[in-house]
Design a protein around this ligand. Sequence first.
Ligand SMILES: [Fe+2]
Length: 481
Amino acid sequence: MRTPQHQRPLWTAWLFSVLSVTLASSLTSPATAADVASVASVVAPDAVFTVQAEGQRAIVRVLTRADSCPSISWSGKPSEVMSLRVAAATLPARQEAIQADSKPAVFDVRTCEATWPQGVHSASVAGTTLAAPLANIKRIVIIADTGCRMKASENAFQDCNDAAKWPFAKVAQSAAAKHPDLVIHIGDIHYRESPCPAGNAGCANVAWGYGYDAWQADFFKPAAPLLAAAPWVLVRGNHESCARAGQGWFRFMDAQPWSEARSCNQPALDKDADYSQPYAVNLSPHAQLLVFDSSKTSGKPFNSKDLSYGKYQADMQVVQKLALQKPHSFFMSHHPLLAVAPSKNTSKLKDGGNLGLTSVFETLHPERLLPDGIDASMHGHLHFFEAISFKTAHPASIIMGNAGSANEGTLATTFTPGEKLHGDALVEDYAATAAYGFATLDRVGGGESGDWLLTEFDTDGKAVFLCQIKNSKSQCTKAGL
Ligand SMILES: [Fe+2]
């Protein structure tokens, strides 16, 4: 049993109160077997957090090794037992798993959940208290690509045991200190796919595979301060596709109910489970996020007969309808549409957008790739911070994949006027860094104008870039200038 450090005092107080009640009753009457059993079954949850779903719907999730789901109390009212989302299980290794040394995935925690009722201010589970989701979001923390890369097929092994070389815990701590109303993770949460090679001290004895121990080490433990800070919007990355960590994605992260059909347990059902219906998350009466699952896309353009082509075309048509709901939208997909790729030539922009997605989107929205009303698109996948604005109609593209997973080299630090991405997207403003960090997005004014301030921070929480987001453009300056 492992408990996040920040939750320990509350948890200790809760255990003390449980034991005190049991002890007090044993002083007035002999202890019964039921008393003993009730104490024995007191198990602290491994994680307590809120998943923000469509609209204003939000769900409290609890991961626990106890043999039943815990009780939850809303705003201090009498507690009710949480529902079981999915029971603990050991699942055989998927035969087509990308890593040859795959092993059965042991999920030795059950996932429990309860939907936030309207009008309550807090939820309390086993001594942990969560603040209710807000209808009017003023500050958002954004991260992506957080896990520690362990991938035999690329002989890529990050030093997971070195906090400087895998800094996600520090990022989560610094980001929590910004006191966000909402946290967004734009995908690629789980990276520990292969065992650490013998003799590699940097990742020696690190949990690996698709089971809970790797999820715990890669995400739940280091993310604990940030999980406690605010509700989370979770965007699915290619690491959470069915052939990789998809089973954990549906157990822990997905915003819809768990079902065997959408579990990634049966490869025959991947043709649906590898895709998700886009949905809108409320930010304010004027703004929303549009969440898009791009986990199964390809780096190559799709053929119109490909399964993904039809799926993403239908999904983009849903996005188009959702964008009409509010005057201002941000489009969130793990894979970027317009991006600068890593390159040794740092004086020229190298095209880095996802050709699978753009091959579909450009058929529907040839001028800007995305529907009107989308002011900016936000992504991960590339392990950099990039903010790119265009003279053409394309919405600003922000990449924030630098929150912990291994750096991918160098990229252009500046651009020459006239340079374009993806054929015709004429770059007007560009800021980028390969250093680790995270971003905040602060609403400017009441929200009617759709103006936001994006701040890129280093791992210590020191500002690096300040970017104004206005009228589908971004304009960045180095902090402190
Ligand atoms: Fe990715």
